[in-house]
Design a protein around this ligand. Structure first.
Ligand SMILES: [Zn+2]
Length: 252
Protein backbone atom coordinates (compact mmCIF):
# COMPACT_ATOMS: atom_id res chain seq x y z
CA UNK A 1 0.00 0.00 0.00
CA UNK A 2 3.05 2.26 0.06
CA UNK A 3 2.37 3.48 -3.47
CA UNK A 4 -1.24 4.22 -2.65
CA UNK A 5 -0.31 6.46 0.25
CA UNK A 6 2.32 8.01 -1.87
CA UNK A 7 -0.15 8.84 -4.58
CA UNK A 8 -2.50 10.54 -2.18
CA UNK A 9 0.40 12.68 -1.04
CA UNK A 10 1.31 13.45 -4.61
CA UNK A 11 -2.21 14.50 -5.44
CA UNK A 12 -2.18 16.89 -2.51
CA UNK A 13 1.16 18.29 -3.49
CA UNK A 14 0.13 18.58 -7.10
CA UNK A 15 -2.92 20.63 -6.17
CA UNK A 16 -0.77 22.94 -4.08
CA UNK A 17 1.70 23.42 -6.88
CA UNK A 18 -0.78 23.57 -9.71
CA UNK A 19 0.12 27.16 -10.40
CA UNK A 20 3.75 26.28 -11.08
CA UNK A 21 3.77 23.38 -13.47
CA UNK A 22 7.09 22.76 -15.22
CA UNK A 23 6.84 20.03 -17.84
CA UNK A 24 10.56 19.99 -18.50
CA UNK A 25 11.28 19.15 -14.88
CA UNK A 26 8.70 16.40 -14.94
CA UNK A 27 10.45 14.81 -17.89
CA UNK A 28 13.85 15.06 -16.26
CA UNK A 29 12.74 13.51 -13.01
CA UNK A 30 10.83 10.84 -14.85
CA UNK A 31 13.81 9.92 -17.00
CA UNK A 32 15.85 9.30 -13.89
CA UNK A 33 13.10 7.02 -12.65
CA UNK A 34 13.08 5.13 -15.93
CA UNK A 35 16.80 4.52 -15.75
CA UNK A 36 16.47 3.02 -12.30
CA UNK A 37 13.75 0.70 -13.55
CA UNK A 38 15.77 -0.38 -16.59
CA UNK A 39 18.76 -1.31 -14.46
CA UNK A 40 17.01 -3.22 -11.75
CA UNK A 41 13.92 -4.59 -13.50
CA UNK A 42 11.89 -3.77 -10.43
CA UNK A 43 8.25 -4.97 -10.55
CA UNK A 44 5.98 -2.02 -11.22
CA UNK A 45 4.43 -1.63 -7.76
CA UNK A 46 7.83 -1.59 -6.08
CA UNK A 47 9.17 0.69 -8.75
CA UNK A 48 6.32 3.08 -8.02
CA UNK A 49 7.25 3.19 -4.36
CA UNK A 50 10.90 3.69 -5.23
CA UNK A 51 10.16 6.48 -7.66
CA UNK A 52 7.91 8.09 -5.13
CA UNK A 53 10.57 8.14 -2.43
CA UNK A 54 13.05 9.57 -4.90
CA UNK A 55 10.61 12.25 -6.00
CA UNK A 56 9.91 13.33 -2.45
CA UNK A 57 13.58 13.89 -1.80
CA UNK A 58 13.94 15.75 -5.06
CA UNK A 59 10.91 17.85 -4.38
CA UNK A 60 12.46 18.99 -1.15
CA UNK A 61 15.74 19.91 -2.77
CA UNK A 62 14.82 21.11 -6.21
CA UNK A 63 11.22 22.29 -5.89
CA UNK A 64 10.12 20.38 -8.99
CA UNK A 65 6.62 19.31 -9.86
CA UNK A 66 5.93 15.86 -8.36
CA UNK A 67 5.34 13.15 -10.91
CA UNK A 68 2.02 11.41 -10.57
CA UNK A 69 2.08 7.74 -11.40
CA UNK A 70 -0.95 5.99 -12.81
CA UNK A 71 -2.83 3.72 -10.43
CA UNK A 72 -1.94 0.05 -10.78
CA UNK A 73 -5.36 -1.03 -9.64
CA UNK A 74 -8.71 0.62 -9.25
CA UNK A 75 -8.37 2.92 -6.28
CA UNK A 76 -11.51 4.17 -4.53
CA UNK A 77 -11.27 7.85 -3.78
CA UNK A 78 -9.15 8.54 -6.82
CA UNK A 79 -12.16 9.87 -8.68
CA UNK A 80 -13.53 13.18 -9.91
CA UNK A 81 -15.71 15.28 -7.65
CA UNK A 82 -19.33 14.88 -8.85
CA UNK A 83 -19.98 18.64 -8.94
CA UNK A 84 -16.81 19.23 -10.94
CA UNK A 85 -17.85 16.49 -13.37
CA UNK A 86 -21.36 17.88 -13.87
CA UNK A 87 -19.96 21.34 -14.59
CA UNK A 88 -16.86 20.48 -16.58
CA UNK A 89 -18.29 17.68 -18.72
CA UNK A 90 -21.61 19.38 -19.48
CA UNK A 91 -21.84 19.47 -23.27
CA UNK A 92 -23.16 23.01 -23.53
CA UNK A 93 -22.62 24.90 -26.74
CA UNK A 94 -20.71 27.76 -25.12
CA UNK A 95 -18.28 26.66 -22.46
CA UNK A 96 -17.76 29.92 -20.54
CA UNK A 97 -16.00 29.47 -17.20
CA UNK A 98 -14.74 26.03 -18.15
CA UNK A 99 -11.05 26.82 -18.40
CA UNK A 100 -9.82 23.36 -17.43
CA UNK A 101 -9.45 20.08 -19.22
CA UNK A 102 -10.49 16.92 -17.41
CA UNK A 103 -9.02 13.78 -18.92
CA UNK A 104 -10.20 10.35 -17.76
CA UNK A 105 -8.14 7.52 -19.16
CA UNK A 106 -8.11 3.77 -19.56
CA UNK A 107 -4.91 2.09 -20.71
CA UNK A 108 -4.88 -1.54 -21.77
CA UNK A 109 -1.33 -2.84 -22.20
CA UNK A 110 -2.46 -6.29 -23.25
CA UNK A 111 -1.00 -9.27 -21.44
CA UNK A 112 0.97 -7.55 -18.71
CA UNK A 113 0.81 -7.74 -14.93
CA UNK A 114 -0.39 -4.13 -14.80
CA UNK A 115 -3.69 -5.05 -16.44
CA UNK A 116 -5.99 -2.14 -17.12
CA UNK A 117 -4.86 1.23 -15.82
CA UNK A 118 -7.47 3.79 -14.93
CA UNK A 119 -7.14 7.38 -13.78
CA UNK A 120 -7.95 11.04 -14.20
CA UNK A 121 -5.92 14.14 -14.93
CA UNK A 122 -7.07 17.69 -14.60
CA UNK A 123 -5.29 20.84 -15.69
CA UNK A 124 -5.73 24.54 -16.09
CA UNK A 125 -5.44 25.75 -19.65
CA UNK A 126 -2.82 28.20 -18.41
CA UNK A 127 -0.43 25.42 -17.32
CA UNK A 128 0.70 22.32 -19.18
CA UNK A 129 -2.32 20.60 -20.66
CA UNK A 130 -3.77 17.32 -19.45
CA UNK A 131 -3.21 15.72 -22.87
CA UNK A 132 0.52 16.35 -22.69
CA UNK A 133 0.65 15.39 -19.01
CA UNK A 134 -0.86 12.02 -19.91
CA UNK A 135 2.12 11.10 -22.07
CA UNK A 136 4.78 12.49 -19.73
CA UNK A 137 3.23 11.24 -16.49
CA UNK A 138 0.93 8.28 -17.14
CA UNK A 139 2.85 6.74 -20.02
CA UNK A 140 6.37 7.51 -18.84
CA UNK A 141 7.17 3.78 -18.71
CA UNK A 142 6.21 3.39 -22.38
CA UNK A 143 7.53 0.15 -23.84
CA UNK A 144 7.72 -0.20 -27.63
CA UNK A 145 7.33 -3.98 -27.31
CA UNK A 146 3.81 -3.68 -25.87
CA UNK A 147 0.53 -2.92 -27.62
CA UNK A 148 -1.41 -0.07 -26.03
CA UNK A 149 -5.12 0.49 -26.37
CA UNK A 150 -5.88 3.86 -24.83
CA UNK A 151 -9.25 5.51 -24.32
CA UNK A 152 -9.74 9.08 -23.16
CA UNK A 153 -12.92 10.75 -22.02
CA UNK A 154 -12.15 14.47 -22.08
CA UNK A 155 -14.27 17.46 -21.10
CA UNK A 156 -13.27 19.19 -24.33
CA UNK A 157 -11.39 18.25 -27.48
CA UNK A 158 -7.68 19.16 -27.66
CA UNK A 159 -6.32 22.61 -28.51
CA UNK A 160 -4.29 22.87 -31.72
CA UNK A 161 -0.93 22.51 -29.94
CA UNK A 162 -2.02 19.37 -28.10
CA UNK A 163 -3.60 17.90 -31.23
CA UNK A 164 -0.29 18.34 -33.08
CA UNK A 165 1.65 16.73 -30.21
CA UNK A 166 -0.72 13.77 -29.96
CA UNK A 167 -0.57 13.25 -33.73
CA UNK A 168 3.24 13.21 -33.51
CA UNK A 169 3.17 10.60 -30.75
CA UNK A 170 0.77 8.40 -32.73
CA UNK A 171 2.94 8.61 -35.84
CA UNK A 172 6.08 7.71 -33.87
CA UNK A 173 4.46 4.94 -31.80
CA UNK A 174 2.58 2.62 -34.11
CA UNK A 175 1.86 0.19 -31.26
CA UNK A 176 -0.38 2.78 -29.62
CA UNK A 177 -4.10 3.06 -30.47
CA UNK A 178 -5.89 6.09 -29.08
CA UNK A 179 -9.62 6.81 -28.96
CA UNK A 180 -10.72 10.24 -27.74
CA UNK A 181 -14.29 10.84 -26.64
CA UNK A 182 -14.88 14.57 -26.07
CA UNK A 183 -17.86 16.14 -24.28
CA UNK A 184 -17.45 19.38 -26.25
CA UNK A 185 -15.45 20.56 -29.23
CA UNK A 186 -13.00 23.24 -28.10
CA UNK A 187 -13.17 26.40 -30.30
CA UNK A 188 -14.18 24.32 -33.30
CA UNK A 189 -14.85 27.37 -35.48
CA UNK A 190 -11.12 28.22 -35.50
CA UNK A 191 -9.22 27.11 -38.61
CA UNK A 192 -6.19 26.13 -36.46
CA UNK A 193 -8.32 23.87 -34.30
CA UNK A 194 -9.87 22.20 -37.34
CA UNK A 195 -6.42 21.56 -38.81
CA UNK A 196 -5.38 19.98 -35.50
CA UNK A 197 -8.42 17.67 -35.40
CA UNK A 198 -7.84 16.63 -39.01
CA UNK A 199 -4.19 15.85 -38.24
CA UNK A 200 -5.27 13.70 -35.30
CA UNK A 201 -7.74 11.85 -37.48
CA UNK A 202 -5.11 11.33 -40.19
CA UNK A 203 -2.68 9.96 -37.57
CA UNK A 204 -5.17 7.19 -36.77
CA UNK A 205 -6.77 8.65 -33.66
CA UNK A 206 -10.40 7.66 -33.26
CA UNK A 207 -12.13 10.93 -32.48
CA UNK A 208 -15.73 10.99 -31.22
CA UNK A 209 -18.15 13.26 -29.41
CA UNK A 210 -19.50 11.78 -26.15
CA UNK A 211 -23.00 10.32 -26.47
CA UNK A 212 -25.45 10.40 -23.54
CA UNK A 213 -24.40 6.81 -22.76
CA UNK A 214 -20.74 7.86 -22.63
CA UNK A 215 -21.53 10.46 -19.97
CA UNK A 216 -23.21 7.78 -17.86
CA UNK A 217 -20.27 5.43 -18.37
CA UNK A 218 -17.74 8.12 -17.42
CA UNK A 219 -19.80 9.00 -14.34
CA UNK A 220 -19.92 5.34 -13.27
CA UNK A 221 -16.23 4.75 -13.91
CA UNK A 222 -14.39 7.93 -12.96
CA UNK A 223 -16.59 9.98 -10.58
CA UNK A 224 -17.18 9.80 -6.83
CA UNK A 225 -20.76 8.92 -7.62
CA UNK A 226 -21.71 7.36 -4.27
CA UNK A 227 -23.52 4.64 -6.19
CA UNK A 228 -25.98 7.18 -7.61
CA UNK A 229 -26.73 7.12 -11.33
CA UNK A 230 -26.11 10.26 -13.39
CA UNK A 231 -29.22 12.27 -14.21
CA UNK A 232 -28.45 13.52 -17.66
CA UNK A 233 -29.21 17.18 -18.28
CA UNK A 234 -32.15 18.08 -20.44
CA UNK A 235 -30.40 18.98 -23.71
CA UNK A 236 -27.60 16.39 -23.47
CA UNK A 237 -28.69 14.42 -26.53
CA UNK A 238 -29.41 17.55 -28.59
CA UNK A 239 -26.00 19.00 -27.73
CA UNK A 240 -24.33 15.71 -28.60
CA UNK A 241 -26.01 15.75 -32.00
CA UNK A 242 -24.90 19.34 -32.52
CA UNK A 243 -21.24 18.60 -31.77
CA UNK A 244 -21.34 15.27 -33.58
CA UNK A 245 -22.45 17.02 -36.75
CA UNK A 246 -19.76 19.72 -36.41
CA UNK A 247 -17.06 17.09 -35.96
CA UNK A 248 -18.30 15.08 -38.93
CA UNK A 249 -18.13 18.26 -41.07
CA UNK A 250 -14.57 18.99 -39.93
CA UNK A 251 -13.29 15.44 -40.51
CA UNK A 252 -15.14 14.95 -43.78
ZN1 LIG B 1 -3.99 21.64 -25.16
Amino acid sequence: MADRKCMVMRRKERKEKEAAKVTKDVKEVKNEGDKAMDNGEIPSAEAAATNCAADNIQNGDLQVEPVELPPFEIIAGDRIDPFAFKFQFKNVEYSSGRNKTFLCYLVDKGNTADGLLRGCLEDEHTGSHAEEAFFTQCLSDYDSALKYTITWYVSSSPCSACAAKIAEVLKARKNLKLSIFAARLFQWEEAEIQIGLKALHAAGCKLRVMKPLDFSYTWDTFVENEEQPLNLWEDCKENYEYYHEKLADILE
